[in-house]
Design a protein around this ligand. Structure first.
Ligand code: GTP
Ligand code: MG
Length: 370
């Protein structure tokens, strides 16, 4: 049978818990705020308050939470979201840093002041590229496992002196599984032992056919260290983005995904959220995984306060009531009641899952002993 806690019922009606308890008393039911009551009793209470009854199954709170697709007319071009992957020490961080230095904005503002897991580079031409700066494939896989498909393009970094290595192959598999197009950055071409041709041939063995071999995968020979051909890499990214025809509606309530989240002393729970459509504003109420909150402040990677953030913009969001997890969805909702309802439902569901898991675990242990 369907049940609800007194607190939850009060939340859904936007009434005080104390008043709900009093009403229950009037109906001859003695209950505390955390007590569970059945749906029929709840219905009587709702009627007492003069509210309209809309019985929904618990899971219904998720329906319509994410809006349907936007029409082409509502959408406009957005920047590409790029994830850099590759074998250890092949130069992922160096390449990201080098490209970030070419960012006209951070050049003006005096560089990056904090790490937020994702950032946007504005090129001299005005074009923008969003880079996800999470360490390694684990983050990419974890995000995908939680249903967050945020990456439009993978830049595969291969050191020309080292060639294809185990984690290169792993990265290729991830990109292929996610059906995300790849651009190969052949790095460290400043080294005398660099063999770019060998890299191209080796890629062929893993079903990556580069343009020079008649395929459609772009390669760019770069040196992160000597800052060679970085512009060509950026051009390759923008060309790929154009082919993908990346668009989003910025004129709607924001939806996005958590890139990373942490608890910070003095600031509370903060999360880097990549906005995927719509525009997020200070004051917006949101649901995020099992948590919810109200946007208290939006910061960019330079620690500057923003009033709003549109599609493909990564922002650090303050105002969470709990710490979400990487890959969690982020959805702006109409009001606090809705946010509480969804987050409450998700937390209950999570607790049930945990309970089933631990029950199963102890059963297995029991059988082991037998
Ligand atoms: P992990 O994060 O540990 O997987 O490594 P990474 O892929 O981020 O590589 P990182 O950028 O840390 O570079 C590894 C080493 O290669 C460092 O010593 C860099 O200085 C060096 N390196 C990176 N790019 C180049 C390059 O273009 N040329 C040369 N010669 N060295 C480079
Ligand atoms: Mg690194």
């Amino acid at each position: 049978p369907e049940t609800i806690t007194v607190q939850e019922l009060a939340n859904r009606m936007a009434e005080r818990g104390g008043n709900v308890i009093k009403t229950l008393m009037k109906l001859g039911v003695m209950a505390t705020i955390n007590q569970v009551i059945d749906a029929d009793t709840a219905e009587l209470v709702v009627e007492e308050f003069g509210h309209k009854i809309k019985r929904v199954s618990d899971a219904d709170v998720e329906i319509g939470l994410v809006a349907g697709p936007d029409s082409d007319a509502e959408k406009s071009t957005r920047p590409p979201v790029v994830t850099v992957m590759g074998h250890v020490d092949h130069g992922k961080t160096s390449l990201l840093d080098a490209m970030r230095e070419s960012d006209v904005v951070s050049g003006e503002a005096g560089g990056i002041t904090q790490h937020i897991g994702a950032y946007q580079v504005k090129l001299a031409t005005g074009a923008r590229i969003t880079f996800i700066d999470t360490p390694g494939h684990a983050a990419f896989t974890a995000m995908r496992a939680r249903g967050a498909e945020v990456t439009d393009i993978v830049v595969l970094v291969v050191a020309a002196n080292d060639g294809i290595m185990p984690q290169t192959i792993e990265a290729i598999r991830h990109a292929q599984a996610a059906k995300v197009p790849m651009i190969v950055a052949i790095n460290k071409i400043d080294l005398p032992e660099a063999d770019t041709q060998k890299v191209r041939t080796e890629l062929l063995q893993h079903e990556v056919v580069v343009e020079e071999m008649g395929g459609d995968v772009q390669t760019v020979e770069v040196s992160a260290k000597k800052r060679m051909n970085l512009e060509r890499l950026e051009e390759a990214i923008l060309l790929q983005a154009e082919l993908l025809d990346l668009k989003a509606n910025e004129n709607r309530a924001a939806e996005g995904a958590v890139i990373e989240a942490k608890m910070e002393r003095g600031r509370g729970s903060v999360a880097t959220v990549l906005i995927q459509r719509g525009t997020l504003r200070v004051g917006d109420t949101f649901v995020c995984g099992k948590e919810w909150g109200r946007v208290r402040a939006l910061d960019n990677e330079r620690g500057e306060r923003l009033e709003e953030a549109g599609p493909a913009t990564p922002v650090e969001v303050l105002g969470f009531n709990g710490t979400p997890e990487a890959g969690d969805d982020f959805i702006v909702v109409e009001d606090e009641a809705k946010a509480r309802e969804v987050s409450g439902y998700r937390q209950r569901k999570d607790r049930e899952t945990q309970f089933v898991k631990s029950a199963r675990g102890s059963m297995e242990q029991m059988f082991e002993r037998i």
